[in-house]
Design a protein around this ligand. Structure first.
Ligand code: ADP
Ligand code: MG
Length: 360
């Protein structure tokens, strides 16, 4: 073991401060050093991939990725290949590219639709035909939210409501000229379209790399806010309560759209914490039998169960570049360092056990 962890960052971007790093990166690096390990920040560029691989694979036991792969100039492909190569030669990936893809993708919801975290009638469309076949029926049941996979901060996330006077039953496949009111979470702006127009427009979300649309029922209690848990491994660190703006059509919990944020402690949300903690094993199993990310978030919305009690519904996970600058004084960096080192040491222990000669 080298007792060294590399932190990958991308150059530039508005999240960097005067030393060129994200504000919450140096604190992680220092926390690792305080534990008598070493750490270094390496800037990632596609054209340096072999150089980075050689340098990192001979010097470090694991990496922490602090890059939004969607923002890299040429996309995620070469970056993910590099991370995969590093994992293949034994570095502990925090996270491994498969974890980033699978936890970060919107269809994680669909994989969990057989659990009580997500409504059962949550669907993913990976091709245009299945979207055109199923969406006209799913919208007959009530207001839906369509989510594209590639966006963030509410871009391509649409609340879709039928405003047609014609009667219909649940399960009918609604005619293509059905009138819809469509509200985008990016800025809560409203557009009116026929079903056909809107489905034509949404095709852009399905074509191309990682294209898909997730179709989920609208949760009206989003008005009361989205509840984000920031996790380090399987430990909750803090909770952000994001209340959409008071405006008539507002359902978006993004800052840009005017939502209001308050920060709570995990112990202020005991039922949610218990429910989520109990669900962690099933989450990592259903998402693909993979490790839980190192730094990640889970977003919830309120709903009622059959007895009228509060219930929490999962909205999405984020794990590729989660920041915690707002909470540096809480020592989250310390938990990150401890957990990263624990993961590396555990891997080495396992390796030692498997490699040890069998003595009779
Ligand atoms: N099923 C839903 N019911 C009500 N509001 C939703 C639903 N899904 C998403 N939203 C709202 O839309 C916003 C953006 O959706 P989200 O899935 O978080 O995508 P993004 O990756 O853009 O953040 C959420 O913050 C929430 O306010
Ligand atoms: Mg979100």
């Amino acid at each position: 073991m080298y007792k060294r962890i590399v932190i990958f960052e991308a150059e530039g971007g508005s999240d960097k401060c005067m030393n060129g790093h994200r504000r919450d990166t140096r604190p992680i690096l220092n926390a690792i050093k305080e534990k008598d390990w070493d750490s270094e920040v390496v800037y990632y560029r596609d054209e340096w991939n072999d150089l980075i691989f050689d340098y990192v694979s001979n010097k470090f036991d694991g990496y922490i990725s602090r890059i939004n792969p969607g923002n890299l100039p040429n996309g995620e492909k070469v970056y993910f290949e590099t991370l995969r190569r590093l994992s293949d030669v034994g570095l502990v990936g925090m996270p491994h590219p498969d974890v980033m893809t699978q936890f970060g993708a919107k269809d994680a919801l669909v994989k969990l639709s057989t659990t009580n975290l997500v409504p059962r009638d949550t669907y993913a469309y990976y091709d245009i035909q299945s979207f055109r076949d199923t969406f006209p029926k799913s919208i007959s049941y009530g207001v839906r939210v369509l989510k594209q996979n590639r966006g963030s901060t509410g871009s391509g996330i649409w609340r879709v409501e039928v405003i047609d006077d014609r009667e219909h039953k649940h399960g009918d496949s609604l005619p293509l000229d059905t009138k819809l009111k469509c509200t985008e979470a990016l800025d809560n702006h409203v557009e009116y379209h026929t079903l056909k127009e809107f489905m034509d427009f949404c095709e852009q979300y399905i074509v191309g790399e990682n294209g898909m649309i997730v179709d989920m029922r609208f949760m009206p209690r989003i008005k009361e806010g989205e509840i984000r848990i920031l996790m380090v491994g399987n430990e909750p660190m803090f909770v952000v309560h994001k209340k959409p703006a008071e405006a008539e059509n507002a359902f978006s919990a993004t800052l840009f759209s005017g939502a209001h944020y308050t920060y709570d402690r995990p112990r202020d949300w005991p039922e949610l914490m218990k429910m989520f903690n109990d669900s962690l094993p099933i989450i990592s199993e259903k998402i693909g039998g993979i490790d839980i990310p190192l730094i990640w978030t889970a977003d919830f919305m309120l709903d009622y169960d059959e007895n009228g009690n509060d219930k929490y519904v999962l909205g999405e996970f984020n794990c590729s570049c989660v920041g915690f600058t707002s909470h540096l004084d809480m020592g989250i960096q310390d938990h990150i360092a401890t957990e990263a080192i624990r993961r590396i040491e555990e891997k080495h222990k396992l390796k030692a056990v498997t490699n040890s000669p069998v003595t009779v």
